[in-house]
Design a protein around this ligand. Structure first.
Ligand code: ADP
Ligand code: TRP
Length: 322
């Protein structure tokens, strides 16, 4: 089974990215042939600063390795190191109905937030379909917000197969219910676009300040607190042991503990959860050349797979040598 996922180097890693995409991907690397990549071509739809993009790619590579991506098990590469993905994207775009892309939420959301409505932003799901199909992927671990892009990918694969004969298998999304949508500081989906993120590698003081800033209601200390949609509780569940989670749940239900104290417990839980990752991150940073070696090795392996698939594609559509 081939497992594939990508993440854009367009900002600093937050709890939503980690629990929605990274942790499931890392756990799945034991269960098949995993391919994980840094989607720098996708990031070009929003980042137009060469130095910033390069820095983001490096930082994300370090973070992904620190979180447990094991290059001995998973192929880890940069999207732009597999240039055939843009060729496949073009081929796919010739069978992709405009209406399919016009229905995509992410384009509508991003332009509504003021991003320029570029062709790249519009065609983004086609490039994502190419990422997935060029690796013959079976399973794609992502957060819920990417579900529609997986549906588009399947639609495009079906259309290609109908038009040119069986070229592609149909990939399945893997979306975990419990972490499908990690809430941010304000209770909305955690996202760098909403300015409500908690960065997993933030320095201690910054992290504490962020967590103390989680929006809460005005329930008095002594009263029971609403548990439904409580950000503190929902985030704590992700990092705490079942017993610790239960005791925070009891504190909510029984009253007598103020939000300030509950936030302190949450901070401690998050800080502790990521402690081993911080240690690993320092080790990776100290090993100069490690990231370059891993990405170069990954690029070679990813190109082997994509070369095979592209041979099939070119033959089926009638381009390239016979
Ligand atoms: P952002 O919304 O901050 O821009 P991205 O769109 O770059 O995040 O998401 C990268 C990956 O992290 C995707 O697989 C996405 O589904 C996942 N992800 C992002 N935010 C969340 C969240 N709040 N809950 C669950 N998964 C998330
Ligand atoms: N669009 C994804 C995101 O914003 C990133 C991505 C690009 C991706 N190509 C992919 C995810 C292929 C899974 C598979 O998070």
């Amino acid at each position: 089974m081939r497992i594939l996922s990508g993440i854009q180097p367009s900002g600093t890693l937050h709890l939503g990215n980690y629990f929605g995409m990274m942790k499931p991907s890392i756990e799945l690397q034991e269960q098949g042939e995993a391919h994980y990549f840094i989607a720098d071509l996708h990031a070009l739809t929003t980042v137009h600063d060469a130095a910033a993009l390069r820095a983001n790619v490096r930082e994300l590579a370090v973070d992904f390795l620190a979180c447990g991506l094991d290059p001995a098990r998973a192929v880890f590469f940069r999207q732009s190191d597999v240039p055939a993905v843009t060729e496949l994207s073009w081929i796919l775009s010739t069978v992709t109905p405009m209406g399919l892309l016009e229905r995509c939420h992410s384009f509508k959301d991003k332009t509504a937030r003021g991003l320029a409505a570029s062709h790249g932003l519009f065609a983004y799901p086609v490039l994502m379909a190419a990422d997935i199909l060029i690796c013959d992927s079976d399973l794609v671990p992502v957060g819920r917000d990417q579900k529609q892009h997986l549906e588009v990918t399947r639609d495009i694969a079906v259309k290609m197969n109908e038009t040119f004969g069986e070229i592609f298998k149909l990939p399945q999304p893997s979306i975990r219910d419990e972490t499908a949508v990690v809430p941010g500081l304000d209770g909305a989906k955690m996202s760098k676009s909403y300015n409500n993120t908690i960065e997993i590698f933030a320095p201690e003081a910054v992290l504490r300040k962020k967590i103390m800033g989680i929006k809460t209601d005005s329930t008095p200390v002594e009263s029971p607190k609403p548990t439904e949609g409580a950000v503190i509780l929902d985030l704590y569940k992700l990092v705490a042991s079942p017993a610790d989670y239960q005791s925070m749940l009891d504190a909510f239900r029984n009253g007598g503990t103020g939000y300030g104290d509950l936030k302190k417990q949450l901070f401690a839980g998050i800080w502790e959860y990521f402690a081993p990752f911080r240690v690993r991150r320092e080790e990776i940073l100290a090993d100069t050349g490690l990231v370059d070696r891993v990405l170069a090795d990954g690029a070679g392996k990813a190109r082997e797979v994509s070369d095979r698939v592209m041979k099939r594609v070119r033959a089926a559509v009638g381009i390239g040598e016979r």
